[in-house]
Every structure is written in structure tokens, then in C-alpha cells.
Design a protein around this ligand. Structure first.
Ligand SMILES: Cc1ncc(COP(=O)(O)O)c(C=O)c1O
Length: 373
């Protein structure tokens, strides 16, 4: 799109499937989360992987985000090119090209990497020592998710072991409390587990301090845990990502309602030849099917205004065909438009090169999506 005259003025003009972001909901989500932490004195360092979009990032920074969390080197490079300095690369940087990348990114300033092993740390330490570079890192701690991360009782020993290597400087500890995604339909238990994860992490920071380490970053991060983990005493920052858009998983976890969801995939009904099924032009190449809290569905089906359609389920998909089923599909005909709230906003973003930012009056602006695989 080069000029304003080429912008579509209504959904009907859009090529489908198209990724839409509701600007009002986006801004509300950004402001609510920023205010939650500003008032509690907790730093906010959102995960960029959800949007990979500068117009979204700019709004997060304007609302008070101190910087961003990244999962890939492409995200780190893109944000450094944009002049953002406060970055955590929250992924173990293993392999020669990633070590090279860490050196280059650390020299640009402001980068903190995540480490959980001596094996991952050694090549970085060797490169850092030979180049005279100081690499800041957080020790990643497992507080229940069981992905990467040192077990809490091993934190002090691991910090000593990595501390014997040159060129690396421990800044603190981090965790991703991803296990909160398993607390479907029990929000109180989720909140308790979230708080416990923050408390466990803060305790590891205290242990490190009592062994002489200087710890200034105690970083938790997730959208389901956004109202609990950062509020454990001693946690200094929160890294939620999905909250900018929310998604069907987060609705399933009661982190948000459907009316908070800012990201939708616009699709058209293209065939109703099979009784009881409406086929749309968005399949698994337009939607992340990653369902942590909404098994059996590829997304929440809404009408053009963004409100859920009763009795319509996105039950299956081929690559470019989506299968809508349920009693409500009898009301759908070829050409009808639906908007799907994806199960997982972050995975869906990564499937598109750009999105349409939409206002209530259906004014459109094209925003680019960066740093995709
Ligand atoms: C290390 C890390 N931090 C923060 C987040 C953000 O969590 P959420 O997507 O629940 O907002 C993630 C998400 O996967 C993550 O892996």
C-alpha cells in the first residue's frame, strides 16, 4: 500500500484471510497492563513475539515499557535497529551463529541473555573473553513449567559454576511461568500458582545475594500470570506478551474476555456444499492451532463486529480451508464474513507479513510484521 487512496474503507474490500487488529482494544490492553505495574512499582518488559510490529511496540514504550523480551535473534536485531536498548533475549543462545550474534548484539549495548547451563555459557564466555566483551545474563529458573531453567535448589551452584567463566556478568534471575496454562477453569488456583512461581524466583534471588552475587533483575513473565507472579515480594519486572492482543487460550484461562481480544483473522465463507458445514478461506496456514485451553477448536468464531457467533465452532482445518460446524452454520451463506479470534495470538502473527489496524469506523492502516522465521 503506497497511498491513502489505496486503503480499503470496509472489510468487504479486503483480500481474505486478513489479519486485523482492533486499535481501541489494543490501546486499552496496553494501557491497562502498563498502569497495573506502574502503580505497583514493577517494571514492564513485554514480549515482542506476540506482535512483531513496530506500531504496537511504540505504543507499549509510550505507555511505559522499559524495553522488550525477545525469543529470536531476528527480534533482537530488529529492535536494536529500531534503537531499543533494554532487551532480554529469553532463549538459550546455543550454536556458533548465535554465539557470534550475542557478541555483536552485546557490543551494541543493553542486551541481557538467558542461560541455564555451563555448556551453553562456555562458548559465549570464550568469545567474550577473546573479544573483550562483557555479556550480561540472567539465570533462567524452572518454577513449574518444566521447559528450560535451572531447578531452584541448583541456582547458587550454577551461578558459581558460570561465574568461574570469563566475560559473563550475572544480572539476576528469570522464569516463564508457562505452567499456568494448565489451570483451565480454576482461576483461583492459577492465581495461587502464579504467586508461588514469583515467590520461588524471588527466593532464588535472595539466596544468590546471600552468596555474594549482585542481583538486580528478578523477572517473571506470562499473560495468565500477569495479575499474580509479578506481585510476589522481591520480583522486579514482568514480561507478559500475549496481553496486547489476548486470544482464545487466554479467554479459556479467564485472563481476558472475548471483548478484550484485539487480534482476529478475517475470513469469508467460500462453500456450503456439505450440509452442516461452512467452509471458510482461513485454514491452518492462517491460524495458530496451538490450543492450551481451548482443545477441539481452531479459534473463536465472531461476526464482522467482533462479537462471538452463537452455535458456530471452528472444528477443523486443512491448509487453506477452515471447517465451521454447529447449529449456527445454517445461518451462513457463501460470501459471508467472519472474524476468528485465534487460539494463540503469537503463533498467528508469525503467519502473516502485515496486518490491518482497524478503528471502529472501519478505517484501515497497514502495519508490517517483522522478524518472522
Ligand atoms: C520467556 C518468556 N517470557 C515471557 C513470555 C510471555 O508469556 P505470554 O505469552 O503468556 O504473555 C513467554 C511466552 O512464551 C516466554 O516464553
Amino acid at each position: 500500500v503506497t497511498g491513502i487512496a489505496e486503503l480499503p474503507t470496509a472489510f468487504a474490500e479486503l483480500l481474505t484471510p486478513a489479519l486485523l487488529v482492533d486499535r481501541g482494544r489494543l490501546q486499552r490492553n496496553i494501557d491497562t497492563m502498563a498502569e497495573r505495574y506502574r502503580s505497583a512499582g514493577i517494571a514492564l518488559r513485554p514480549h515482542i513475539k506476540t506482535s512483531k510490529c513496530w506500531q504496537v511496540a511504540e505504543r507499549q514504550l509510550a505507555a511505559g515499557a522499559i524495553g522488550f523480551t525477545c525469543s529470536t535473534s531476528a527480534e533482537v536485531r530488529w529492535l536494536q535497529d529500531k534503537g531499543v536498548t533494554e532487551l532480554i533475549w529469553a532463549h538459550q543462545p546455543v550454536g556458533p551463529r548465535k554465539v557470534e550474534f550475542v557478541m555483536a548484539a552485546a557490543q551494541r549495548g543493553g542486551l541481557i541473555i538467558a542461560l541455564d547451563s555451563v555448556e551453553a555459557a562456555e562458548p559465549i564466555a570464550r568469545a567474550a573473553a577473546s573479544m573483550g566483551v562483557n555479556v550480561n545474563y540472567l539465570l533462567e529458573v524452572n518454577t513449574g513449567q518444566g521447559r528450560a531453567g535451572v531447578e531452584p535448589h541448583d541456582v547458587v551452584d550454577r551461578a558459581h559454576a558460570i561465574g568461574r567463566l570469563p566475560g559473563l556478568h550475572l544480572r539476576g534471575v528469570m522464569t516463564h511461568e508457562g505452567h499456568l496454562g494448565s489451570f483451565v477453569s480454576d482461576r483461583e488456583a492459577l492465581e495461587r500458582a502464579g504467586h508461588a512461581a514469583g515467590a520461588v524466583l524471588a527466593h532464588t534471588a535472595d539466596q544468590l545475594r546471600s552468596h555474594g552475587f549482585d542481583v538486580d533483575v528478578v523477572s517473571v513473565g506470562s499473560t495468565p500470570g500477569a495479575t499474580s507472579s509479578p506481585f510476589a515480594e522481591g520480583v522486579t519486572e514482568a514480561r507478559p506478551g500475549t496481553y496486547v492482543y489476548y486470544d482464545a487460550n487466554q479467554v479459556g484461562l479467564s485472563s481476558a474476555t472475548a471483548s478484550d481480544c484485539a487480534l482476529t483473522v478475517l475470513a469469508r465463507v467460500v462453500s456450503t456444499q456439505r450440509r452442516g458445514t461452512a467452509i471458510i478461506d482461513a485454514g491452518i496456514k492462517a491460524m495458530s492451532s496451538d490450543a492450551i485451553a481451548v482443545a477441539g477448536s481452531l479459534g473463536l468464531v465472531c461476526g464482522a463486529t467482533g462479537s462471538p457467533l452463537e452455535g458456530v465452532r471452528f472444528s477443523d482445518g486443512n491448509e487453506e480451508h477452515g471447517f465451521l460446524t454447529g447449529p449456527g452454520v445454517s445461518g451462513l451463506t457463501v460470501g459471508d464474513m467472519v472474524r476468528i479470534i485465534p487460539n494463540h495470538a503469537c503463533g498467528t502473527t508469525n503467519m502473516f507479513s502485515s496486518l490491518w489496524a482497524v478503528d471502529v469506523d472501519q478505517a484501515f492502516e497497514s502495519w508490517k510484521i517483522h522478524a518472522r522465521h
